[in-house]
Each structure stands twice: as C-alpha cells, then as structure tokens.
Design a protein around this ligand. Structure first.
Ligand code: NPG
Length: 371
C-alpha cells in the first residue's frame, strides 16, 4: 500500500463537564487527527492522544504536528510501499514521539484493513463482541458533587469507578464513595504522578479501602518508589505514565514496580506495541486494561478493538461517547445494559461525520507524499 496524501486536522470539542486531574482542568478536548489517503483512494483515520500542554507526557499537539510533518510522514513517503505492521520499524529512528507515531500508524492500519474489509478487532484477534467498561471521575469541588457524579455513572451502567486523586483529595473522596456505594463497588484511584517518595507511608494507608488498584502515584521514571509502595501494600500498583514500550513494561514488572498495567496505544507508540505489551503481560499473569485520553470516536473505536483481547481482564477507561461529548465527530458509542458493542465494520469501523468535523475543525494541513 502506498500513501499519497496525509491530512493533519486540528479539532476542538467541548466537554460536557470540565475534567480535573492532579495535572489541571480542561473544558475542551483539543485533538489532532491524522487522515491518510492511499493511492487507490482508500482513507484511514488515526487520533493523536497528545493534549495541548506537555503535562501528562512530554508530547503536545503542536509538537506532534511538527514531528509528523517534518519527520514521520516523510519517512513513510520515502518508504514507498508500507504495511501498518512495519510502521513502527520505519519510524524507529525517531526517538520518542510515541503519540505522533501511534496516530500515523493507526491511520495506516485503518486504511489497510479497509482495503481488506476486515475489522481491527478481528485482525487483532479479539474474541469478545462487547465490553463492560469503567469511567474516570475527575476531582470535584466537594464530596457531595463527587458522590452525585458517581451515582449518575453507576446508574448509567459503568462496571467500575476510577477516582482521580491528589494531595488534599485522596482519603476523603475514597472513604465517601466506599461509604455510600459499599464494598462491592469496583473502585480504583489514579494520582497522575502527584505524590513523592515521602508519601509512601501515607499512601499505604489506602489499603483499608480494598481498592482494585492504585495508579501511578509517583513520577514516570521513579520505578523504585513504586516498588517500595508495592512491597508495603496489598493493593496492586498499576503503572500508566511510566510505561512507554513493551520493554518498559517488562522492566517495571521485573522490578516489582507494578502488578497491573494500563495500556494506552498513544503512550506506547501504537497499536502493535500495545498488543506486544498485552501479550507479554498475558504470558506473565499481569492483568491489563485500556486507558483513555478523552478520545473522540476515532480513537475510542480503535481502543475498543484492542481492549477486546483476552488479557484485558479489567474494565478500561473507554466510556460511552456521551461521558465527554454531547456531539462526537463519529456516531456515538453507547453504554447499553452495562456494555459497549465493538464496532464491526472494516478498519476501526467508524468514520467522522463530515459536517460535524467541519464544525469543530480549527486548522487543516495537507502533506503530499506522492513521489
Ligand atoms: O478518556 O475518559 C477518559 C479519561 C480517562 O482519566 C483518564 N485519563 O491519566 O489516564 C489518565 C487520564 C488523563 C486524561 C490523562 C487527560 C491526561 C489527560
């Protein structure tokens, strides 16, 4: 397959409710979409997980657009014939930039599968057709607000609740949610690196709440403190920001820094690397789940396909589209009877609605790749 044109499209979608984490608050999802067109006229879409600010990861939208335009797309163009499975190798000389690489790989993968008529779920070997999913609940102004939000999500049918925590918003929200909704609720917390080595003892007290896991309390490169916390707690430690490749995952597990892995294709450089992490975790008995980055329907569809692999035994942050967007750019994914149905059409199985896409587009750049 040859790529004749790549479109880089910036969009800005309002969120139904502001989303606050230990990193800050957002009321819009600004995102970069990658659209590839093959020389046979087949189109594929990918979504870049980067945000406007380099706070969650070193990547950010303007940087991702720049490296795509200057380095990644030209590398694919030089290659000529390219298959999605080879994209990772073709781009491996560029250090980092996992989110930019992942978006380009995803678009090429979507186009490739559309030429064969196969869905991503089928191509990756998924056996499930629908998934129970979780929801990530941001930091609120009050415990009452939080309890009301959680009650609404449980009514919607979410299978587990993840609470964002930070210093000053940790024990109280966890205790309140456990108290109101009971011990049977699948409850986990995510600190997005907000704590430091001096907090190990403090955090280990969370053991008494029977959490499913504690996610990424410490800095991405601080495996040692994660391992120390893991040795002091029964609650499993899960890593997100620390894991940018299958090698990272293997190292973190070997060093005792985590016993659960959050897999986000954007963070690890693509869907093939994500599947490699899944495969190695499955072989080592490490449960995995699929994280979320407030994806539009484009990224959400692809994540659903990935999360249907057998090692994804914990519900992911792949909520219904309505959790973040009143009107998405694709048909919405809905949570019905506690599950979201996997898309079944070729490739990622969804495409943007042209009129809606135009409404939310803030910039478009075309990069020609034909010889
Ligand atoms: O996609 O519903 C969602 C959000 C899931 O909590 C979520 N994502 O750390 O995993 C995370 C977090 C996040 C969101 C991180 C935005 C960075 C930016």
């Amino acid at each position: 397959m040859r790529i004749s044109q790549v479109e880089l499209r910036d969009i800005s979608l309002p969120l139904v409710t502001p989303f606050r984490t230990s990193l800050g608050s957002q009321d819009h999802r600004d995102a970069l979409l990658v659209k590839v067109t093959t020389d046979d006229g087949v189109v594929g879409w990918g979504e870049c997980a980067a945000d406007s600010e380099p706070d969650y990861s070193p990547e950010y939208i303007d940087g991702a657009r720049d490296v795509l335009r200057r380095h990644l797309i030209p590398a694919i163009a030089r290659e000529g014939e390219v298959s999605a499975a080879a994209v990772g190798d073709v781009l491996s000389w560029v250090r980092g930039h996992q989110m930019a690489k992942s978006a380009l790989e995803a678009a090429i993968l979507d186009a490739e599968l559309r030429t064969t008529g196969m869905s991503l779920a089928e191509a990756f070997g998924a056996r499930r057709t629908e998934l129970a999913v979780g929801v990530s609940v941001g930091i609120k102004d009050s415990i009452d607000d939080l309890v009301e939000s959680v009650a609404g999500y449980l009514d919607d049918g979410y299978a587990r609740i993840k609470l964002k925590i930070e210093p000053g918003w940790d024990y109280a929200p966890v205790e309140a949610v456990r108290g109101v909704f009971g011990d049977a609720l699948a409850l986990q917390v995510d600190a997005n690196t907000a704590y430091g080595p001096g907090d190990v003892r403090y955090l280990s007290g969370l053991d008494r709440f029977g959490l499913v896991l504690i996610e990424q309390p410490f800095a991405p490169d601080d495996l040692a403190t994660h391992a120390e916390l893991a040795s002091r707690m029964d609650t499993p430690i899960c890593l997100d920001e620390s894991i940018t490749s299958a090698r990272d995952a293997a190292t973190a597990v070997r060093q005792g820094a985590c016993t659960i892995v959050n897999i986000k294709p954007g963070r690890v450089g693509g869907y093939f690397e994500a599947r490699r992490i899944h495969d190695l975790c499955l072989a080592s008995g490490i449960p995995v789940w699929c994280g979320g980055m407030l994806e539009t329907g484009i990224g959400r569809a692809a994540n659903l396909a990935l999360a249907a692999l057998p090692g994804f035994t914990l519900p992911g942050d792949i909520s219904a589209s309505a959790r973040h967007f009143a009107t998405d750019i694709t048909r919405p994914f809905e949570l019905l009877d506690g599950v979201i149905a996997l898309p079944t059409g070729p490739g990622i199985g969804v495409e943007p609605d042209a009129a809606r896409l135009d409404e939310v587009t803030t910039a478009v750049e075309l990069v020609e790749t034909a010889a």
